[in-house]
Design a protein around this ligand. Structure first.
Ligand code: X2X
Length: 344
């Protein structure tokens, strides 16, 4: 008798639980979800966010309605706080750079190791292979749901002072770097005088001449017309590239139905693929039209020869070795192997 009663009450509890978990998602959808981005449209990064949000809205018939917050405005422009804010739910979803999240997720510094990835095939060998999967597992453990890869791009050097072909040319030059310590280490090793600041602060610092130079993908040079703030010299050295990652806050993710989760994931994958093509446009063609466009603005564009590049590789090697330990020796070894085995 007693056993029967216990069984019955257990059954009732289980039924209540089942009913609850089926009913819950419909009640918890928000009217609007907040997506954080550093750069807005018209940059490839901004387009990544827009493509994703538009696809999701259409395919969920408006159940998931996303508003874009470029300029990391949900966290007052402080891009190095984006990952923590995502975890805490201040931000619902984001397309973010590995650089900006690397202070919280040390493995993401992998992509910032100087001269690790010599070409796009190397970058793809990492993001699209086992290394990419490992990094997604790490992000998942760190408290967000990673869905897809996009791309900010190869970060090239620009400055207002002179042609840079060797570390000696960089000597003493004030270079704005992102707020991730490996960048200060690299630019110090090259003899420059690095200054950490957010992208929001970098723009006035370039205009006023408070800094001499910066490094970012070249589409940003064109979009912002950086030659008008005195950036007259560009050096393409391909020292590192920052991928973008599409993620959703964990609580938000689990509040969606499985069908909607599948839509959001698939849309992120498609938006990422489209955006990578946009980010590389003008840089993968043999005559590199983007470089021609920049030269046409009266800017001196210097493409390093292999031996000139080697001098930069050499001076930054101690930084690579130091950060290899921070990133994780196993992960870096895995990445080096994947790059050596890439199809060019
Ligand atoms: O701050 C930068 O340089 C930028 C816009 O590229 C990033 O957010 C990493």
């Amino acid at each position: 008798m007693k056993l029967r009663r216990t069984l019955l009450s257990m059954l009732a509890a289980a039924t209540a639980l089942a009913t609850f978990s089926v009913a819950a998602p419909a009640q918890t959808y928000k009217a609007e979800y907040r997506m954080s981005l550093v750069l807005g449209p018209p940059t490839p990064w901004g387009q990544a966010g827009k493509l994703w949000a538009d696809m999701v809205k259409e395919r969920t018939q408006g159940r998931i309605n996303i508003k874009l917050y470029p300029g990391v405005s949900l966290i007052q422009g402080d891009q190095t706080r984006e990952f923590s804010a995502l975890r805490q739910g201040v931000i619902d979803m984001a397309v973010g750079s590995t650089i900006n999240w690397s202070p919280q997720v040390k493995e993401l510094n992998l992509f910032s190791l100087p001269f690790l990835m010599p070409d796009y095939a190397a970058l793809d060998a990492l993001t699209q292979g086992e290394v990419g999967k490992k990094i997604f597992q790490t992000l998942d453990k760190s408290g967000v749901v990673p869905l897809a890869w996009g791309e900010n791009g190869y970060r090239e050097l620009t400055n207002s002072k002179r042609v840079i072909k060797s570390p000696e040319d960089l000597k003493g030059m004030k270079i704005r770097v992102v707020g991730s310590p490996i960048f200060s280490d690299m630019f110090s090793a090259m003899g420059a005088n690095p200054t950490q600041m957010s992208w929001a602060d970098a723009q006035p610092a370039l205009s006023s001449g408070a800094v001499d130079g910066q490094e970012n993908p070249l589409f940003l040079f064109t979009v912002l017309k950086m030659h008008t703030v005195g950036q007259k010299f560009v050096t393409t050295w391909g020292y590192m590239a920052d991928p973008l990652i599409f993620v959703v806050n964990k609580e938000i993710w689990s509040s969606w139905s499985a069908a909607d989760q599948a839509i959001v994931r698939q849309a992120a994958i498609e938006a990422g693929q489209q955006e990578i093509a946009i980010a590389r446009k003008g840089l993968v063609e043999a005559d590199k039209p983007v470089l021609k466009d920049i030269a046409a603005m009266g800017v001196t564009v210097t493409q390093l020869s292999a031996s000139e590049r080697d001098a930069f590789v050499k001076v930054t090697r101690p930084v690579y070795d130091k950060w290899k330990n921070t990133v994780g020796v196993d992960l870096v070894n895995m990445a080096e192997k994947a790059i050596a085995a890439r199809k060019k």
